[in-house]
Ligand binder design. Structure first.
Ligand code: ATP
Ligand code: MG
Length: 245
């Protein structure tokens, strides 16, 4: 279970997160949707301290951290158990797919090379890249590079996976394959928070959907609650806009 309580974040005068609360149970998939600039990425980034929240509490199973005052030990404990998948895969260009996935295991987790290799191979197989392990990023399609990014996140065996628009940098023909991989991982029971602009995917894969506007969750519920029985005007307007694209 991961629980975020009262998460606040400002950049200068820009009050981006305004006391966000979100609880995601183990094995649950929650999608966050919402307009550009509403704070979705910032919220995800505060969860694993890519951005430090100004206030709020983060609880991950038995780890409980006051975000504003977290020390190195707290941050490390959270980071060990959360993995982020970025829009722009952030792969090392001079390392192969296999080496990219091994990196976190050998450098951060200090696992022996043989063990790291075995885990990396297993995760690359899981995302359908058994025949691409020794390719460099420039030899892979965008969709394949993103699947390396997902394998890298899976390799650390996180309790929670955070995905920030994992398909929005991809050519349209690559999107489906990556969404299929994410869907299959979700079905295997990994806890996930996914920021996405893919409404059909959010509706299909999520246990719950949260609509974000102006730095807070305006409305959340089952996909049916949000997409069919929408309550808030702001959510309705957003969905109308997304459908019209
Ligand atoms: N490092 C930063 N420094 C200053 N301002 C920032 C920083 N990161 C984000 N912001 C500001 O915070 C606000 C929310 O940005 P954020 O990236 O979280 O939005 P978003 O909902 O993810 O948007 P999008 O859908 O376009 O990705 C924006 O006004 C943005 O300019
Ligand atoms: Mg964003």
């Amino acid at each position: 279970m991961i629980k975020l309580e009262g998460i606040e974040k400002s950049f200068g005068n820009n009050h981006v997160l305004r006391g966000v609360d979100l609880t995601v149970n183990t094995g649950e998939v929650v999608s966050i949707i919402g307009a550009s600039g509403s704070g979705k990425s910032t919220f995800l980034r505060t969860i694993n301290f890519l951005e430090r929240a100004d206030a709020g509490k983060i609880t991950l199973d038995d780890i409980c951290v006051d975000a504003a005052n977290a020390d190195k030990k707290d941050i490390l404990a959270l980071c060990r158990n959360t993995a982020m998948v970025f829009q722009s895969y952030n792969l090392f260009q001079h390392r192969t797919a296999l080496e990219n996935v091994m990196e976190a295991l050998t450098i951060v987790q200090k696992k022996p090379v043989q063990e790291a290799r075995a885990i990396a191979e297993e995760q690359l197989r899981r995302v359908g890249l058994s025949d691409r392990m020794n390719y460099y990023p420039h030899q892979l399609s965008g969709g394949q590079q993103q699947r390396v990014g997902i394998a890298r996140a899976l390799a650390i065996n996180p309790k929670v996976m955070l995905l920030d628009e994992p398909t929005s940098a991809l050519d349209p023909e690559m999107v489906g394959g990556v969404l299929d991989v994410i869907r299959s991982i979700a079905e295997q029971g990994l806890t996930m928070i996914i920021v996405t602009h893919e409404m059909a995917f959010a509706r299909d894969v999520s246990d719950r959907v949260a609509f974000f506007a102006d730095g807070n969750i305006v409305e959340s519920g089952t996909p049916e609650d949000i997409f069919v029985n929408t309550r808030e005007t702001r959510t309705k307007d957003f969905l109308k806009h997304m459908l019209a694209r």
